[in-house]
Design a binder for this molecule. Structure first.
Ligand SMILES: Cc1cc2nc3c(=O)[nH]c(=O)nc-3n(C[C@H](O)[C@H](O)[C@H](O)COP(=O)(O)O)c2cc1C
Length: 365
């Protein structure tokens, strides 16, 4: 049992989830959480959209919404850290309580609603980063009362262009009414058109072409997946992140908080998000894809890669296992590589995409 499991987790779990989250950020900022040296093995390296990642295990958006601890997370073995979602103006989000642990199922339901300090605060912190070593992505979104959601994404790109290693356009949070409508074919084509045009302008001005990824929901039927793939094929998008949290409760066992409104993450999301990932991989063979949803160990990370991911991210499993989780998964991945004789982790990508794509989504007819 780790120090986290025996000592820290019981303390944090005695607190309400949002207080526990704030406390963990304070502890990381204060440097009182011991660092976990990363795993340095060339076989773990992956190259995605022109960026070289030291290992394929990233921190998903939502933990470090305000860019307070990207370097602390990188120092704990994550191959990359995604801050945000940030919106142009600060906003307080939905009324509390708005995060719920489904402890027996290792899941979480949240309906935070993009609570964040806004672009200026996050940018100031990113600009203060001393070494600027390690890969930090910026996840951009829209203010809930914005008159033009698309304009907010374009502003995000402009604001963070110098400070980010990559961008994620998050159009899949279930907690901002209307946001997921941007996933519809025409709306998505318009968003990608404006966003990527701005990126080309910024790239030619600065000489650096920052990759832009799109983060999608796991609550898509095959027709919606076709529409999204069509819009992506017509645009110069650099990659997909699959997926955000689910609004579905299909297949979720009984337990406390299961009836709460919001997005479900963690173990109960694993199967659904991995199937959607494989179906998108089949539709977009050459596109970089980052797999997210229920990654908690080497087995789940390997499954995501085999379903078609080039790298993975996680958040919820860290709530249950502590910040050493990335280093542990990477150590386990090295063991997988040793056993299988593979020379690079990327050789797993897509090996079982057909099997995964053909599975039925929970609740699918
Ligand atoms: C409390 C909480 C807050 C989140 N906030 C965001 C967010 O601001 N932006 C975003 O793109 N995803 C957000 N997510 C979704 C995660 O990035 C991830 O896509 C999802 O939780 C599935 O991964 P997991 O099962 O490893 O948690 C949030 C998730 C949780 C649990």
């Amino acid at each position: 049992m780790s120090l986290f499991a025996t000592l820290l987790q019981p303390v944090l779990f005695a607190l309400d989830p949002e207080t526990a989250h704030s406390l963990s950020i304070v502890a990381l900022k204060a440097g009182i959480v011991p660092p976990c040296p990363g795993v340095d093995d060339p076989r773990l390296k992956v190259s995605i959209a022109g960026i070289d990642f030291p290992n394929p295990v990233g921190l998903a958006a939502g933990y470090d919404k305000n860019a307070e601890v990207p370097d602390a997370m990188l120092a704990r073995g994550f191959g990359f850290a995604e801050i945000g979602t940030v919106t142009p103006r600060p906003q307080s989000g939905n009324p509390k309580p708005r995060i719920f642990r489904l402890a027996s199922q290792h899941g979480v339901i949240n309906r935070l609603g993009f609570n964040n300090e806004g672009h200026a605060a996050a940018l100031a912190r990113l600009n203060e980063r001393q070494a600027r070593q390690g890969i930090v992505g910026v996840n951009i979104g829209a203010n809930k009362d914005s008159a033009d959601f698309t304009a907010d994404y374009v502003t995000g790109l402009e604001t963070f262009y110098e400070a980010a290693d990559y961008f994620t356009a998050n159009i899949s949070s279930p907690n901002t009414p209307g946001l997921r409508n941007l996933q519809a074919g025409d709306a998505l084509a318009a968003l990608l058109g404006r966003l990527l045009e701005k990126r080309e302008q910024l790239a030619s001005r600065s000489g650096v072409r920052r990759p832009v990824f799109l983060k999608i929901a796991p609550d898509l039927d095959n027709t919606q997946m076709d529409e999204i793939s069509g819009a992506i094929r017509d645009a110069a998008l650099d990659g997909l992140i699959v997926s955000n949290t689910t609004v579905s409760r299909a297949g979720l066992g009984a337990g406390s908080h299961t009836g709460e409104t919001g997005g479900l993450s963690g173990r109960p999301l694993f199967e659904r998000s991995t199937i959607v990932l494989a179906r998108m991989r089949e539709r977009l063979p050459g596109l970089p894809i980052i797999g997210v949803g229920g990654v908690e160990d080497a087995a789940t990370a390997v499954a995501k890669l085999e379903a078609g991911a080039n790298a993975v991210q996680l958040y919820t499993a860290m709530i249950f296992a502590g910040p050493g989780i990335a280093a542990r998964i990477n150590r386990e991945l090295v063991e997988v590589l040793d056993r299988s004789g593979l020379s690079a982790i990327g050789e797993l990508t897509g090996r079982k995409k057909r099997e995964w794509a053909q599975k039925k989504l929970p609740g699918e007819a």
